[in-house]
Design a protein around this ligand. Structure first.
Ligand code: BGC
Length: 510
């Protein structure tokens, strides 16, 4: 029975069958994961050899990673998704840094209005932070910019260098130049795509007569890679599992054949590549798409783009789950959830935040709760379901009268289906980088020379979602073997966007 026919004409007897058929669509076998990773490797190689592929494999012109000895004071602006951050970073050497930052939520109006307004607002946020309290020297004597500077005074010496972290696909042509390829994560500001992002920001600074020069442009994954390298002494991969998803790794320049015989290619060595893996398999030939995913895609701001991201990232997991829940709620003639009563929140596009799934799984993150067995559960398990029930009532404003423990179990089941699949698919991306960099073989059987394979990560999913990391590791083990998996040291690169921008600004000013 197909999913659609199962839902129409559902009787209580077919309920189990319907849930089982949904569950089956979210399962990924080891063979599936291997097939996906093979395709990933092919697409990596294609993106390294030619321009204009969805997974863009962008050369970043960052030709090395820091070792922790770097020092200096830099300003950073981080525009990446939910928040805009204005940071002042002091690199202290010895892998240490201090960072002051202020966060501003980016409004929907700015995300979809004129790009000039978005950048002007970013500069205003920056001004609020720095014009009143001039940037000061850090306590260390080695700082590159160890001075206090009035940003509004054109006679105050050379302009203060700033690194921009811009977490969207940008085709870079130099460390401080790059054309915006497309928006992602719900952004759609006008007159930005096709323009140089550094220039857009610099123009906004210049219009305010600010004595600041944007010297480096960096993706958040690159920032994460550089930051983890700075604090841990090396790093194989920097990746983000948050509102969006992506990864950056160190590639041999000789493999970047699309650079032709340009000077930078002839120099050889290594270069950090920003994969833009969120756009992997936009054609969905290997991604395990379901009707719930198709609905997310169709109703998104960028249909048919960022396919992989729409299976993985925090922006979409809540929405996929909401689609599953609504299909159960709408099942006819017998609703299978909440007695057929949604709430305004549940009815709203993106109304179910991934953070709510996280809260639900926090209560009961392991073990299978089949909906049919609720009546037979122990007192302890029932009290967990009571807690989930309260979350549903409070966070989704559902009328308490219509929320049963069975509903609570179904919410938890749906959240865990969607999040587990996301973690498994994330493992494919990580495995691809390990194989591409010859630290692993697909299917296992290769022991790396290095003791540790350091991976820097950041983002709300990997940081907060219960079990995301463990689920990812389990699939990674299946893909590259236990020998390699246990050497992979996945660690948070906190503040990677700000510190990474500072490290790039340092490279640029050297
Ligand atoms: C963007 C990437 C970014 C990732 C994580 C994606 O939507 O395309 O550039 O690195 O989100 O923030």
């Amino acid at each position: 029975m197909t999913f659609t026919s199962a839902l129409s004409g559902a009787s209580p007897d077919t309920a189990k069958h319907i849930l089982d058929s949904i569950e089956a669509q979210f399962q990924l076998s080891q063979d599936d994961l291997i097939t996906i990773t093979k395709q990933f490797l092919d697409d990596f190689r294609l993106g390294l050899s030619e321009y204009n592929h969805p997974m863009a494999m962008i050369p970043t012109f960052v030709t090395g990673v820091p070792d922790g000895s770097e020092t200096g004071t830099f300003l950073a602006l981080d525009l990446g998704g939910t928040n805009l951050r204005v940071c002042e970073v002091h690199l202290l050497g010895d892998g240490e840094f201090t960072l002051k930052q202020q966060k501003y939520r980016v409004s929907e109006a700015l995300k979809t209005g004129e790009a000039s307004a978005l950048f002007a607002d970013s500069v205003d946020a920056f001004l609020t932070e720095h014009a009143s309290s001039p940037t000061t020297a850090p306590p260390d004597p080695f700082a590159v910019s160890s001075r206090s500077i009035d940003l509004l005074d054109p006679h105050a010496g050379s302009a203060l260098p700033l690194g921009l972290t811009f977490s969207f696909p940008v085709e870079q042509t130099a460390l401080d130049k790059g054309t915006i390829l497309t928006w992602t994560k719900g952004f759609a500001a006008k007159n930005a795509v096709g323009h140089d992002v550094v220039q857009l920001l610099q123009d906004a600074f210049d219009r305010k007569h600010l004595h600041v020069r944007c010297v480096a442009l960096v993706n958040d994954t690159v920032g994460t890679l550089l930051t983890r390298a700075y604090t841990a002494g090396g790093c194989v991969l920097g990746s983000i599992f948050g509102t969006g998803t992506n990864g950056a790794y160190v590639e041999k320049v000789e493999n970047l054949t699309k650079l032709g015989d340009s000077a930078v290619r002839q120099e050889g060595g290594v270069m950090v590549v920003n994969c833009e893996w969120g756009a992997f398999n936009n054609t969905r030939t290997v991604l395990p798409t379901t009707p719930f995913d198709n609905k997310v895609d169709r109703e998104s701001i960028n249909p048919r783009l960022q396919a992989f991201e729409k299976f993985i990232s925090g922006m979409y997991l809540g929405e996929i789950t909401r689609n599953i829940l609504l299909s159960l709620l709408d099942a006819a003639p017998t609703p299978l959830l909440l007695n057929g009563r949604a709430s305004d929140v549940l009815n709203r596009h993106y109304g179910l935040d991934t953070a709510v799934l996280s809260e639900i799984e926090e209560v009961w993150e392991s073990g299978r709760t089949h909906f049919t067995e609720v009546e037979k559960l122990s007192a302890e398990d029932r009290s967990r379901l009571e807690r989930i029930r309260s979350i549903i009532i409070q966070r989704l404003s559902v009328d308490a009268e219509f929320v049963t423990l069975r509903d609570a179990a179904i919410f938890r089941w749906a959240a865990s289906l969607v999040a587990s699949r996301a973690a498994k698919l994330s493992a494919c991306a990580v495995a691809t980088v390990l194989v591409q960099t010859e630290h692993a073989k697909l299917g296992g059987g290769h022991v790396p020379e290095q003791e540790k394979l350091t991976v820097g990560v950041d983002g709300s999913l990997i940081e907060h979602y219960p079990n995301f990391n463990a689920r990812l590791r389990e699939s990674l083990r299946a893909l590259v073997g236990e020998e390699v998996e246990k050497r992979v040291d996945i660690g948070m690169a906190k503040d990677g966007s700000g510190v990474g921008a500072a490290l790039c600004a340092l490279m640029a000013t050297k």
